[in-house]
Design a protein around this ligand. Structure first.
Ligand code: NAG
Length: 457
């Protein structure tokens, strides 16, 4: 306020002060719906309370960026009368709390319902997080008692999983898979006569997914276990893909075929590329949809980091998310026919995968990212750059080796806990590939090594 008074004669400053004061006041009002939690939470929480909790660290910039969104979410859930309580906790000060929730990076967004802890890893937007809270806090499987409700739900969801039939082993399985995958998608159940006439079921009971204007049925012999089928069918056949979505697609075993375009500079060529990928996705659905996910991505930063060079835009690339491998067309892809030829080449193994996550690639990738960072430091702060080179110059390769080792062992650990999570004891899935999620600050301490510790949940 002192500042404000001193500069009173300057009108601009008065306006500025008023604006910032209003801003501060509004923050104060909305933040009233977010509770600051601490280690006593465990003792004071009522068993039936549902909590959406952000674990933050005071130094974490992504957490600060999330704060206004978090306060808005708190206010909005409250005004909607949602049963979800919103809180945040400084995970560096309340380490027991953070350990219990297995916080691996900041900000971590978790929902606690009964004794189940659910991990959110989608985009850190209000819509994304509110959708997650709504999905996970409600019933695991939602019944659709009428045709009208079925139509209603169909019109609101792009991808819809429905169990059709009465009690059965399949239904038990469906419910247990739903408990785990509710973080990603909604699950419904309906009686047979609720479905549209056009839907014909060979077998009964059945699990169907409605998407892309049609539906697919789960066939156990052909599709393997229900959880992996749901994981690979939970995306539209063609969609806009950002680094978060890509990261989630690590769970599907599909290859991701992408048009990389610059949306800030939408040339005719880039529109043509998107259309081309979308048409192949639609017209060749029967041929490729089991093996490929199609989409476009805005900007090439993420891909550049992966392939370690500047990818021209627009371009076509196929990614193997499960091993960081990628496929580039040997010749320019300009037409739908050329794209089909390329996709077919990848599918039949004629085109070889590049990249991957072997030791060699790992070294190269870290070197590339270091180079990019160092170049940035030098451009923005040459003195600091020079200082860092003196300090770290000699130790560079040792650091690089250490990072590689840490990265690999971390991935192995995650892979182990992923298997263990098949049983939906905690309802929480670990990221199958995670050194650092997009938009997440890495925690400096090492993670729990022993997956058995989770049993304590
Ligand atoms: C993608 O990566 C997985 C995991 O390493 C591997 O098993 C699979 O063969 C790869 N797919 C292709 C087409 O290279």
């Amino acid at each position: 306020m002192n500042h404000c008074v001193k500069t009173m004669e300057n009108k601009k400053f008065v306006v500025l002060c008023t604006v910032s004061l209003t801003f501060l006041l509004s923050i104060a009002t909305v933040s009233a719906f977010v509770e600051e939690l601490d280690d006593t939470f465990k003792d004071t929480r009522m068993p039936d309370e549902i909590w959406l909790i952000q674990f933050y660290a005071p130094w974490c910039t992504y957490c600060k960026q999330l704060d206004p969104v978090w306060y808005e979410i708190g206010a909005e859930l409250k005004s909607m009368g949602s049963p979800v309580n919103v809180g945040k906790v400084d995970a560096t000060a309340h380490t027991n709390f953070a350990k219990e929730f297995r916080v691996g990076g900041y900000p971590a967004i978790k929902l606690l319902k009964d004794d189940l802890k659910y991990n959110y890893r989608g985009p850190r937007t209000k819509d994304g997080i509110m959708g997650f809270a709504d999905r996970v806090s409600g019933p695991v499987v939602r019944a659709l008692p009428s045709q009208q409700l079925f139509q209603n739900v169909m019109s609101r969801h792009d991808v819809l999983f429905v169990y059709v039939g009465g009690p059965s082993d399949l239904k038990e399985k469906y419910i247990s898979v739903a408990k785990e995958l509710i973080v990603h998608t909604y699950f419904f159940s309906a009686a047979r006569n609720i479905l549209p006439k056009a839907v014909t079921l060979k077998e009964y009971p059945a699990v169907a997914v409605f998407k892309d204007g049609t539906y697919f049925l789960y066939e156990e012999q052909h599709d393997g276990d229900l959880a992996s089928w749901i994981n690979s069918e939970r995306f539209l056949n063609y969609l806009q893909i950002d680094s978060y979505t890509l990261y989630e697609m690590g769970d599907t075993s599909k290859l991701v075929a992408l048009a990389i375009v610059d949306e800030r500079n939408p040339t005719e060529e880039s529109i043509r590329y998107k259309t081309m990928v979308e048409r192949v996705a639609t017209e060749y659905k029967d041929l490729y949809s089991k093996e490929f996910q199609f989409g476009h991505m805005d900007g090439n930063e993420y891909i550049n980091g992966l392939i370690m060079e500047e990818l021209a835009m627009p371009s076509i690339i196929v990614l193997n998310v499960s091993n960081d491998g990628y496929f580039l067309p040997p010749n320019k892809v300009e037409t739908k026919e050329q794209l089909v030829k390329f996709i077919d080449g990848v599918s039949k193994g004629r085109i070889k995968s590049q990249g991957g996550n072997g030791y060699y690639q790992c070294f190269i990738r870290i070197a590339f990212n270091t180079k990019t960072t160092v170049t940035n430091i030098f451009t923005n702060a040459p003195l600091l750059g020079a200082f860092l080179v003196v300090v770290f110059g000699g130790g560079g390769s040792a650091i690089c080796y250490g990072l590689c080792m840490a990265w690999r062992s971390m991935r192995n650990t995650e892979a182990m806990s992923d298997t263990e999570d098949e049983e939906p004891i905690t309802g929480e899935r670990m990221e199958p590939k995670q050194l650092k999620g997009p938009g997440e600050d890495k925690k400096t301490e090492t993670k729990a090594k022993n997956p058995a510790e989770k049993k304590a949940d």
